[in-house]
Design a binder for this molecule. Structure first.
Ligand SMILES: NC(=O)c1ccc[n+]([C@@H]2O[C@H](COP(=O)([O-])OP(=O)(O)OC[C@H]3O[C@@H](n4cnc5c(N)ncnc54)[C@H](OP(=O)(O)O)[C@@H]3O)[C@@H](O)[C@H]2O)c1
Length: 341
């Protein structure tokens, strides 16, 4: 345990991320300083947000420099601690880095000491009980102001966040329509996640399809993609409808040339509310969200699908696969341990 394998940025990403934009290197074992603790990473969460940190441009977090270790959420175990709130053996979720060992401190973004339940797989705390599930729950409630009887549409509906949004909205008594990128995913979200209907945005006219399924109008659009799907949904919203702006993956590979949104007048004519959502702002809501999600998962009311890749060295490929739409459910990497490369 003298070495620390790390995935670093080899070249800035301009279009779709490729595994060769990343490189596996080896650094010395990091040492935690005063107030810090050392984590052995166990799972990495494959997050589209990472795409926004590898193109050399600033967004809500600074860009990762060439040679910098890739930042991403992980679940890990404390192996050494100089922090009174974290003891050896504790399991922790936080925004760390793609590496075997990360030094963490009390003000790490998304930091949460987990109390994993014995009957729930630890990997669930990365996705359905981690960033994806809590984003879905908190975004729907705090920004969407979800109520029984409403009609909810969610995009990237077969993915980590979208599949949770759809299932939570159903449990809240809503009619739920999912937008996905293939017929296979459309069938899957109805069969496995209990959506009322699905639309393939690659082959269907999204506005017409939504209006046909929901002539009553859409009360909440949980937007994970932005771009043409957002443009289409603006024409299907109810007066006073709410758009939860959670992600814009349709533009992540084209930040210099984002998709035009031509239907913005509908914000005025339908008196819509569109509000951006970032999970770190709502950390005080996470414990209650996790408790509710745990209860639903244990009761079999929520289905969890995971796409688990093994090995730290496979992390870049797993990330690129998730971004390209090849995965369903939560994409994550299980770190091989002890070091096997
Ligand atoms: N704001 C927050 O705090 C927060 C937290 C978590 C996630 N998010 C956002 O939520 C969204 C989903 O993230 P996730 O982790 O749950 O990923 P995910 O849905 O599991 O995977 C990404 C999915 O995006 C879809 N996609 C890819 N390119 C697209 C394009 N050009 N147009 C439309 N859809 C495209 C693909 O599904 P299809 O095959 O259906 O196209 C793909 O499966 C992302 O925008 C992410 O940034 C935000």
């Amino acid at each position: 345990m003298n070495k620390n394998r790390q995935i670093v940025l080899a070249s800035y990403v301009n279009d779709a991320a490729l595994p060769e934009n990343f490189a596996l290197t080896e650094g010395p074992m990091p040492k935690p300083g005063k107030g810090e603790f050392l984590l052995r990473n166990m799972y990495f969460s494959m997050e589209p947000a990472i795409r926004g940190w590898v193109d050399g441009k600033a967004n809500y977090l600074p860009p990762i420099p060439i040679g910098g270790v890739i930042r991403g959420p992980s679940v890990g175990q404390v192996i050494t601690s100089h922090n009174k709130d974290f003891a050896e053996g504790d399991i922790v979720f936080a925004l760390n880095q793609w590496e075997d060992y990360s030094v963490c401190h009390s003000d790490a973004i998304l930091l949460k000491k987990l109390q994993p339940e014995a009957d729930i797989p630890l990997s669930y705390y990365v996705g359905s009980l981690g960033g994806a599930g809590t984003t879905a729950y908190i975004g729907l409630h705090e920004v969407g102001l979800v109520k029984p009887g409403q009609t909810v549409v969610v995009s990237a509906a077969a993915g980590a966040t979208g599949s949770m949004v759809g299932q939570i909205a159903k449990l809240c008594g809503c009619k739920v329509i999912g937008i996905v990128g293939s017929d296979t995913k459309a069938q899957l979200i109805i069969d496995q996640f209990g959506f009322d209907a699905a639309i393939n945005y690659k082959t269907e006219d999204v506005t017409a399809a939504v209006i046909a399924i929901a002539p009553e109008g859409v009360d909440i659009y949980f937007d994970n993609v932005g771009g043409p799907v957002l443009n289409a949904l603006l024409l299907a919203m109810n007066v006073y409808g709410r758009i939860v702006s959670c992600g814009m993956i349709a533009d992540y590979n084209r930040t210099d040339n984002p998709n035009p949104i031509t239907n913005l007048w509908e914000m005025v004519s339908r008196q819509l509310t569109m509000q951006g959502f970032l999970l770190p702002t709502y950390q005080d809501k996470v414990p209650a969200a996790m408790a509710q999600l745990e209860e639903w998962i244990r009761a079999g009311k929520i289905t969890v699908l995971e796409n688990i890749t093994s090995g730290l060295a496979s992390t870049p490929a797993a990330f690129c696969e998730m971004m390209s739409g090849k995965t369903v459910g939560k994409a994550l990497v299980k770190v091989d341990w002890p070091v096997d490369d």
